[in-house]
Write a protein that binds this ligand. Sequence first.
Ligand SMILES: [Zn+2]
Length: 78
Amino acid sequence: MPSLLFDTTPGGAGNTIRIGEHLEAVVEAAVDRVDGCECGPESSCYACLRTFRNERFHELLSRREAMVLLGALSRVSN
Ligand SMILES: [Zn+2]
């Protein structure tokens, strides 16, 4: 599964490098947050996937779909 991370900070803040260096821990933390949330599996909330910055996609964000993606990332990061 091809994927791409990029830093939106002008000049870069080094976040993508740090994420790449600790991908397994990042994926585990994301799984804990998404899998442990109490909102519906076909939806999302501010405790799991929603932020102000992704507001226009809120109705499309699904914890179940996020777990599929995180499962694939977990296989890559191990
Ligand atoms: Zn949630």
